[in-house]
Write a protein that binds this ligand. Structure first.
Ligand SMILES: Nc1ncnc2c1ncn2[C@@H]1O[C@H](COP(=O)(O)OP(=O)(O)OP(=O)(O)O)[C@@H](O)[C@H]1O
Ligand SMILES: [Mg+2]
Length: 229
């Protein structure tokens, strides 16, 4: 029997608390406005040539989210050419995990590095220092466009420290990248290697901890959409 107080049933109260918790998790996830509606349902895999491969990639990513945290590997690395839906699907997985009550945070890789760098400056300090701590400690980290920063020792050391920390503690890391790698191939148009940008140690740990999903070389959806409109 569902108990009732002040005309509100216990079930309604529970639903309200769950909705408030989801709102709170979604706010703190920092998913950019552009991707707030990205989901598995809104992913269009109807392309006549690449449809089956797009559907296959989506199902692998959905499988990762459905099985979390009972996954052999705690990470997910989504690679492929620009505009093929890597960030869309990474956010779809993250939103599914938020809906199940997990804590997850989206970081654009360039922006995260900028924030960490400015945290050394006292005047810009606290919230940027917090960004580094969040990247290390949050339950699920989505690192979008991994390797997009031009390479420096500092960048390699920083990304290595984040990936190593998460790998050692078996914490989830969802990363997207359009760089190439001998292990995953890559379009001849994208000759920059993942290892060149993030360093050998971060790359090695990334492959140790991640299920790798390769998006097919489908046309850029941004262009496809602008033709449809
Ligand atoms: N198959 C798809 N169905 C619906 N929307 C899509 C699909 N693929 C991409 N999109 C949309 O197109 C835009 C570009 O996709 P997205 O940002 O996920 O590409 P990406 O692979 O991450 O590209 P980049 O390498 O440039 O970061 C987004 O608005 C996304 O929601
Ligand atoms: Mg992207």
């Amino acid at each position: 029997m569902v108990s009732e107080r002040d005309g509100i049933s216990g079930a309604d109260r529970c639903r309200c608390v769950a909705d408030a918790r989801l709102d709170e998790l979604e706010q703190s996830s920092q998913v950019p406005r552009n991707y707030r509606n990205a989901s598995f349902d809104s992913f269009d895999a109807l392309d006549p040539v690449y449809g089956a491969a797009l559907q296959g990639a989506m199902l692998q990513i959905k499988g990762y989210a459905n099985n979390y945290p009972v996954t052999e590997k705690p990470g997910l690395l989504i690679v492929g050419p620009p505009g093929t839906g890597k960030t869309h699907l990474a956010v779809a997985a993250l939103r599914q995990l938020l809906a199940r009550g997990h804590e997850a945070v989206f970081f654009d890789y360039l922006n995260l590095l900028d924030r960490i760098r400015s945290s050394y400056n006292e005047a810009l300090g606290a919230s940027n220092r917090e960004a580094y701590r969040t990247a290390l400690e949050t339950e699920i980290l989505l690192l979008d466009d991994l390797g997009a920063h031009r390479v420096t020792d500092w960048v390699q050391d920083t990304v290595t420290s984040i990936v190593t920390h998460r790998c050692n503690h078996k914490q989830a890391l969802i990363a997207t990248s359009n760089l190439s790698d001998p292990k995953i191939g890559g379009s001849p148009d994208y000759r920059i290697m993942l290892e060149d940008r993030i360093g050998e140690r971060a790359r090695s740990r990334l492959f140790e901890m991640c299920l790798v999903v390769r998006m097919p070389g489908a046309p850029d959806y941004r262009e496809k959409r602008s033709v449809i409109r």
